[in-house]
Design a protein around this ligand. Structure first.
Ligand code: FAS
Ligand code: PHB
Length: 389
């Protein structure tokens, strides 16, 4: 098979890039290790920045998001049994859309099928070859048969555990990492949300987040130990712990119901540099991971795709290497700002078992300064809604 761009991974990064390239006449194929149902079954992000929404519109798949997504003009930060609203609209005149990553993936899959894009699901043992030449290749096995894709470029959109980042020589790659001493236990439940907007809770027992997917479906998280397993947390125990961390009004509004999904996600900050080697470009979680406290993971995948789509369009339409040569540095500038914000939100709101008394006082002061300063709330707001591309 011959195509212009071989994309590894059919998550949001791969599907969004594939759709934008197709729309601009650049051929591509997506090779995905899992089945489409498996990809759709992963419950992940919920907050969509305007930049991401604009890109989904550009890709022609934003209609349902605008119809079903919820516009949020702020969030609430809760600590010491009180809630404090960060009013994005009043502070910076911007908002976010609440629309699940699962639905974005579904819309992108439908858009790709309508555009006649090719996605090979259950592609096994994907391997990358001659990535430092101008004729790179991707090989994979499907139903026991070996296949080879000849291409001009490879987009590594295969997430943190993918093959793409590992295909860059160790002598070239520099990685930066911080692993947090806790995880997030999340449930999905068909009950109305606790509040109209998201509530981020800093509590001495641990972080909690009351989020949502629709007016009748909630997404609830509590910080948990890395030793915990999902089976240690029957719904009853989850709700009891969540109520210990919520203020009285939130407890009164919390409606308990059977979880329809329950999972534990570890938290880490991670960046791999550079995001390009030869004809291979990394985008999304393949290149970086943020703790979900800042709601940046999905949105960073979108901004990487924006830069990479522009770079490839410059190459094919204007015969220019400029975008390609600038891609890594350009993407990393925005990645590191999102890493900073996600680390700051995580450090401020979580219980760190090894924190000293001084550390805990600093955390409390960070929160008290935040709610007392318009400048501090404006800084949170401009990062949360998404810094410019
Ligand atoms: P993805 O991981 O979504 O997609 C990569 C794709 O590549 C997958 O479909 C995978 O099957 C495929 N793949 C992997 N290896 C392959 C191989 N060798 N060959 C072919 N295909 C391969 N972000 C938020 O903003 N908020 C959240 O609440 C949040 N929660 C999360 C919870 C979990 C458990 C995880 C893991 C992430 C969470 N994230 C969250 C981050 C998440 O939304 C990512 O940022 C987002 O999925 C990034 O999209 P992709 O870069 O496309 O990577
Ligand atoms: C979610 O709804 O899954 C969600 C929302 C905001 C976050 C993290 C996760 O910061």
């Amino acid at each position: 098979m011959r195509t212009q761009v071989a994309i590894i991974g059919a998550g949001p990064a791969g599907l969004l890039l594939g759709q934008l390239l197709l729309k601009h006449g650049i051929s591509n194929v997506i090779l995905e290790r899992q089945s489409a149902d498996y990809v759709l079954g992963r419950i992940r992000a919920g907050v969509v920045e305007k930049g991401t929404a604009d890109l989904l519109d550009e890709a022609g798949v934003g209609t349902r998001m605008h119809k079903e997504g919820l516009i949020h003009n702020g969030i609430e930060i809760a600590f010491s049994d009180a809630r404090h609203r960060i009013d994005f609209h009043n502070l910076i005149g911007k908002s976010v859309i609440i629309y699940g990553q699962t639905e974005i993936t579904r819309d992108l899959m439908a858009g790709r099928a309508a555009a006649g894009g090719e996605t090979v699901y259950q592609a096994e043992d994907v391997s990358l070859h001659e990535i430092d030449s101008d004729r790179p290749k991707v090989r994979y096995r499907k139903n026991g048969e070996e296949h080879e894709v000849e291409c001009d470029f490879i987009a590594g959109c295969d997430g943190f555990h993918g093959v793409s980042r590992r295909s860059i020589p160790e002598s070239v790659l520099q990685t930066y990492e911080r692993v947090y001493p806790f995880g997030w236990l999340g449930i999905l439940v068909d009950k109305p949300p606790v509040s109209e907007e998201l509530i981020y809770v800093g509590h001495e027992r641990g972080f909690a987040l009351c989020s949502m997917r629709t007016p009748t479906r909630s997404r609830l998280y509590i910080q948990c130990s890395l030793e915990d397993r999902v089976e240690d947390w029957p719904d009853e125990r989850f709700y009891e712990e969540l109520k210990q961390r919520l203020d009285a009004e939130a407890v009164a509004r919390l409606q308990e119901g059977p979880s329809i999904e329950k999972s534990i996600a570890p938290l880490r900050s991670f960046v791999a540099e550079p995001m390009r080697y030869g004809r291979l470009f990394l985008a999304g979680d393949a290149a970086h991971i943020v703790p979900p406290t800042g709601a940046k993971g999905l949105n960073l995948a979108a901004s990487d795709v924006h830069y990479l789509w522009q770079a490839l369009t410059d190459f094919y339409k204007r015969n220019s290497q400029a975008g390609i040569d600038a891609y890594s540095a350009r993407a990393l500038r925005r990645v590191w700002k999102a890493e900073r914000f996600s680390w700051w939100m995580t450090s401020m709101l979580h219980h760190f078992p090894d924190n000293s008394g001084f550390d805990r006082r600093l955390q409390r002061t960070e929160l008290e300064y935040l709610i007392s300063s318009r400048a501090a709330m404006t800084a949170l707001a401009e990062n949360y809604v998404g810094l410019p591309y």
